[in-house]
Write a protein that binds this ligand. Structure first.
Ligand code: MF3
Ligand code: CO
Length: 255
């Protein structure tokens, strides 16, 4: 199967999915506080998603047992919400969520700062966010998929952090994960040529220490091997003939 290129009507549905997802992240960011459990965050997120008439795309995806991936501090991605895991002042909390609107997916992640965090944590979160914007500059015709990751990696490493190698971004649309894979590092393969109509989830995962990660016994939670902090930032975007368009955004809400 070739890489899907979306029609105007498909793009409109993905835009609406993305708008609702951006609102979901915004609402969660306002609510996350010390004392809350990671399961509370998931429950709230699922309620918001359903209130907007969407389906949480992660719930039961390959057996994943929640709607929001909540990954705290050294957890990189895919943390499983739990009543026992309580958010503390000083934590960084990565929230990854996906919604389905009329059969179309949007996928986005944000890393929240809770209370007073270290200078390093603040810088990590900001560098991770900015690395997405460095990468998206190459999401346009004339470039290859690997150009995105090369830009992300260059920016992250010039800031003294490292980019996770074992997980990648992806196409998104009819399904949560479509072709192509989008590494956040300079892969040896150039990857496909970027074409208008492609919808991509670009999602740098950045560690304060080394890039190595390990999976916990729950088979989901990915943590840094060296115990260093990790941050995640992701948007669903559309490639056009000129500037790429961020689909997972809503008017008046900061990216
Ligand atoms: N946003 C995640 C990704 O693209 C999807 C999480 S899969 C789940 O990798 F199963 F955890 F939901
Ligand atoms: Co994703």
């Amino acid at each position: 199967m070739p890489i899907a290129r979306k029609s105007q009507s498909e793009i409109e549905l993905m835009q609406e999915a993305g708008r609702i997802l951006a609102i979901t992240h915004h609402e969660l960011a306002k609510e996350v506080k010390p004392g809350m459990s990671t399961r509370d965050i998931d429950t709230l997120g699922e309620t918001i998603i359903r209130d907007y008439g969407c389906i949480p795309s992660f719930l039961n995806y390959c057996g994943y047992p929640a709607s929001i991936c909540v990954s705290v501090n050294d957890e990189v991605v895919h943390g499983i919400p739990s009543d026992k895991r309580i958010i503390q002042d000083g934590d960084i909390v990565s929230l990854d969520a996906g919604v389905i609107y009329k059969g179309y997916h949007s996928d986005a992640a944000r890393t929240l700062i809770v209370g007073t965090v270290s200078e390093e944590a603040k810088r990590l979160v900001e560098v991770t966010r900015q690395s997405f914007f460095e990468g998206i500059r190459y999401a346009r015709p004339g470039y290859h998929i690997s150009d995105i990751g090369r830009a992300i990696q260059g920016y992250v490493e010039s800031n003294g952090f490292s980019v996770v190698r074992d997980l990648v971004g992806h196409g998104v649309g009819r399904r949560l994960h479509e072709k192509p894979d989008i590494p956040n590092f300079a892969d040896r393969k150039k990857g496909p040529r970027i074409k208008p109509g492609m919808t991509l989830a670009i999602e740098p995962m950045v560690n304060a220490g080394e890039y190595d990660v390990v999976w916990l016994e729950d088979d989901w939670t990915v943590v840094t091997e060296d115990g260093s902090l990790s941050a995640h930032y992701e948007n669903t975007i559309l490639v056009t003939n000129d500037e790429p368009v961020i689909l997972s955004r809503a008017e008046g809400i900061e990216l």
